[in-house]
Structure formats: structure tokens, C-alpha cells
Ligand binder design. Structure first.
Ligand SMILES: [Mg+2]
Length: 233
């Protein structure tokens, strides 16, 4: 199959599901690094402990529960709304509006949904800055998923049911490879936005099925939109 035929096969995609952080904007913006620091500060304040100790605790929660919030809720009954507001209080000026991404999303057929382990407010803040917020039909956030984070399969099932998604005609785009495993299990096409970090790469070539590996998401989506348009008789 040629590259464009490969992309044209995506023309039947009825729903595009996009992760937000380090997917719709590049990790080089260092935006998520700000969130990461805010999480450390939250833990330091909440427990009254020094930052290095808070950092250790954060890493343990992330490792044991998939997200720091899940660990804080499970072990310490932390209020998720207060946490989300605190950690997403960041400066998005480092994110550059992307005309290529906005144009590609405009031309791409199918519904588009943001699916994030963050909050709706964070998604609106970042997608607004990117100039793509109005390209999306919905944001499915950690609250919508009952505060159960990806890659637990349960919120994926909730997402599919809530939006009446046919998984065999859905495509999920993510930088954390292991978050694609439940999507593939449901029958979705999987797109990995190649990440450099260890936790982003975990599972690649070792159990996580990836249909498309992408380095430049705006460029790739533009190519998909072109291939899709070419494929229409
Ligand atoms: Mg991400």
C-alpha cells in the first residue's frame, strides 16, 4: 500500500479522538512541564513538605496509579476540582497558534473530540490558544471519565457510549503509547504521536498496537485531509 493509499483508508473515520497534552501541541512548548511543576507545588503545599519530597511522592503516585491525582484521591481523599484548578493555572503564551493544524482539522471529515486526563477548562485554555477550539465537537475530560484516568478501559467505554461512537470507525491520537491499547482493543485505529519520554514510549513494540506513527501531527493531518479529499469520487 502506498503512503497516500494508507492515509486514504482513514476516509471512513467517523470520529477523531485526540489527546491534548503533548499531542495537539508539541512537547517542546514545555507547557506540560509547567503543569508538572504545579503538581509538585500542590503536593508540597497540601502536605507541608519540601519540594524534593513532594516530587518523590508525585512520581510514586504517577507510577502506582497512572496519574498523580488518582493517587491523591485514593490515598488522601484530595478534592479533584481544587487540584485541577491549581495544577492547570499555567501560562499558555509559550504555545504558538497553529494555522496548519486549524486548517487540517477544518478539512478533516468526521466528528472531533478531545479526550484528556486533564480538565475541560485546561483543554479550552490550550485549544483556544492554539486557535483550534471551535474545531472540536466535545471535550471528554477526567471528570467525565469519573476521575478514572486513561489507560483504564472503563472511561473509554463511557466515552464510546456517551457519544454513540462506532469504534471500528474511530481513530485515536495520543503521545502516550499505552493509552492507545484500550482504543485498539475496542477496534479503533491508533495513531501514536512519537514521544521522547520513557513513559510516552512504554509499550511500543511490546504489546501496544500502533497503526500510524507520526512525528508532525499538523502535517500528517493535512496529508490525511488531502488523501481523503482525493479519495472522494
Ligand atoms: Mg498527552
Amino acid at each position: 500500500m502506498t503512503a497516500s493509499a494508507n492515509l486514504a483508508a482513514l476516509r471512513d473515520t467517523g470520529v477523531w479522538i485526540f489527546d491534548l497534552d503533548n499531542t495537539l501541541y508539541p512537547a517542546s512548548c514545555n507547557l506540560f512541564a509547567q503543569v508538572d511543576r504545579r503538581i509538585t507545588e500542590f503536593i508540597a503545599e497540601h502536605f507541608g513538605i519540601p519540594q524534593p519530597e513532594a516530587r518523590e511522592r508525585q512520581k510514586r503516585f504517577f507510577r502506582d496509579y497512572g496519574t498523580t491525582l488518582r493517587g491523591l484521591m485514593t490515598e488522601h481523599d484530595v478534592d479533584p476540582v481544587a487540584y485541577m484548578d491549581y495544577v492547570h493555572d499555567i501560562d499558555v503564551a509559550g504555545v504558538q497558534p497553529s494555522a496548519v493544524l486549524a486548517g487540517a482539522l477544518e478539512r478533516l471529515p468526521g466528528r472531533k473530540i478531545i479526550y484528556t486526563n486533564g480538565s475541560v477548562r485546561h483543554a479550552e485554555n490550550v485549544a483556544g490558544r492554539l486557535g483550534i477550539l471551535d474545531r472540536f465537537d466535545a471535550v471528554f475530560d477526567i471528570a467525565a471519565g469519573g476521575y478514572v484516568p486513561k489507560p483504564d478501559p472503563r472511561p473509554y467505554a463511557t466515552l464510546v457510549e456517551r457519544y454513540g461512537i462506532d469504534p471500528t470507525r474511530a481513530c485515536m491520537v495520543e503521545d502516550i503509547a499505552r493509552n492507545l491499547a484500550p482504543a485498539h482493543a475496542l477496534g479503533m485505529t491508533t495513531v501514536w504521536v512519537r514521544g521522547e519520554l520513557e513513559y510516552e514510549r512504554a509499550g511500543v513494540g511490546a504489546g501496544v498496537h500502533i497503526d500510524h506513527t507520526v512525528d508532525d501531527l499538523p502535517g500528517w493531518l493535512a496529508a490525511v485531509a488531502d488523501a481523503t479529499a482525493d479519495a472522494v469520487p
